[in-house]
Structures are given as structure tokens and as C-alpha cells.
Design a protein around this ligand. Structure first.
Ligand code: SAH
Length: 230
């Protein structure tokens, strides 16, 4: 089975490449894709660059060019749910685009005609993640992740996203990856470790916790691969 593992920033995939040690590099469409083998699984790994457009390109490439049959995203996010502290893990049950606004035509926030307001994650991968969390003795929150092309460091905007989409965390790539996988019928799983609280201090916290939180997420994804390899 071929599995795509994707991040947005180099820090999010470096721990994976360090664990795998051996991989082949392939340059395509302005990006680098790393191909590796792990316990009989074929892997394609890449970071997309930040935001919905680049992550759409990378997810599509991983599926259409590299033939990925499942996609796991590993990265960091800003917390909305106050239960989420720095380093805590959240798995998306569903994803939405908080920055889509064609409300002038009577559509709800986040809705694109002929699209879905929320895209649901694959249940089998979510169950697998729950098993991994139990085995690792880690708490894994499941909830809605809201995506937009904005770094949120503002209490008011964060509260609006929380209220409008009942979201637990926010970031900049999950929903676009979900749109691609949903359209191409590829099961996906979006995992994020919290790097900041998406409030006034977010910019300050972000760099301090990016690496350690990205490692938490990557370590969890490696354990999911162990399960998928069985
Ligand atoms: N430090 C980077 C910019 C990071 S943008 C630079 O200087 O270039 C934030 C990244 O982390 C995105 O990939 C996004 O998915 C995630 N993220 C973490 N916290 C976030 C927040 N509060 N708002 C939006 N995205 C966040």
C-alpha cells in the first residue's frame, strides 16, 4: 500500500525523514517529494509550503502522480478548545474553510455552492488513531478543524471561528487537503499538535513550540504507520 505523509512546513516532516533515514528524492512541480519504504509500506512524504493553495497542489500530486492510496497529514495548529494545551494532539473529525465568504449571496459562512461545508475524515483511520493513542497512553482530542489562509493571532477572530464552525483548532491546510482527498476518494487523516492558542501571544509562542509540537505529531503518525503495516 502506498501512503502519503504530508506537512506544510519543513519542520513538520523533518522528524519523519530523520526516523526513516533512507529515502529517494524526487523534484516535481516546484517541490521535493521523498519516497521511502517502511515495514512493507511504500511512503511518499513532502511538505507543501503554507496555505490552502500549496497544500492542494501537494495533496493532488501525491495522489495523482505518486499513486498514494491514503493520506496522513502531520503538523501544528492553533488551539481553540481551551482543553488543548501546547503539544496536545487533535485529530480532525471534519474540516471546514473559515475564510470562505460568499455570504452576500445568502450562503452560510464557509460554504461554496456544490461543495461541502464540512468534510468528514475517514472513520477507519480515526479508529486506528484512537488505538494508537491508547497504546501510547496519550490523550487525543477529536474535533472540528477550521482552515484558512490566515495566521490567527487575534482573540476576536478566533472566537468568531469557534462560534461559527464549532471548531476546536485552526490551521492553514487541513480543509484543502480534505477537499482533494474527498474528491479523489482517498481516505485521509489530519493530525495536529498544538503550537499556540491563536490569540495575542500566538506569534510569540509559535516559533518557540513549532519544533517540539511538530515532533509530537510526527511520532504519533509513525505509530499509525506501524499499525497500517500489520
Ligand atoms: N513561521 C512561519 C509562518 C507559520 S504560519 C514563517 O515565518 O514563515 C503557521 C503554520 O502553522 C501554518 O502551516 C498553519 O497550518 C499552522 N498554524 C499554527 N498555528 C496557527 C494559527 N494560530 N493560525 C493559523 N495557522 C496556524
Amino acid at each position: 500500500m502506498k501512503i502519503a505523509i504530508m506537512g506544510a512546513m519543513v519542520e513538520e516532516i523533518t522528524p519523519l525523514l530523520e526516523t526513516l533515514k533512507e529515502y529517494k528524492k524526487c523534484e516535481y512541480a516546484g517541490n521535493v517529494y521523498y519516497e521511502a519504504e517502511y515495514k512493507g509500506l511504500e511512503l511518499v512524504i513532502a511538505y507543501s509550503k503554507i496555505g490552502k493553495v500549496f497544500s492542494t497542489l501537494t495533496a493532488t500530486t501525491m495522489i495523482e502522480k505518486f499513486g498514494a492510496e491514503k493520506l496522513l497529514f502531520s503538523g501544528v495548529a492553533g488551539a481553540i478548545n481551551p482543553a488543548l494545551k501546547i503539544g496536545d494532539l487533535i485529530a480532525a473529525t471534519a474540516l471546514c474553510q473559515h475564510d470562505v465568504d460568499i455570504t452576500a449571496f445568502g450562503h452560510p459562512d464557509g460554504f461554496i455552492p456544490e461543495g461541502k461545508l464540512f468534510i468528514e475524515s475517514d472513520q477507519t483511520l480515526l479508529s486506528l488513531a484512537k488505538e494508537v493513542a491508547m497504546q501510547m497512553d496519550k490523550s487525543l482530542l477529536e474535533g472540528v478543524i477550521a482552515t484558512g489562509d490566515q495566521f490567527i493571532a487575534d482573540e476576536e477572530r478566533k472566537n468568531w471561528i469557534a462560534k461559527t464552525f464549532d471548531a476546536d483548532a485552526l490551521e492553514m491546510e487541513g480543509a484543502s487537503v480534505a477537499v482533494v482527498c474527498d474528491a479523489l476518494d482517498v481516505p485521509f487523516f489530519i493530525l495536529r499538535a498544538i503550537s499556540d492558542a491563536a490569540d495575542m501571544d500566538a506569534g510569540f509562542n509559535f516559533d518557540a513550540f513549532l519544533e517540539s509540537s511538530a515532533k509530537e505529531s510526527a511520532a504519533f503518525v509513525m505509530k499509525m504507520l506501524d499499525k497500517l503495516a500489520v
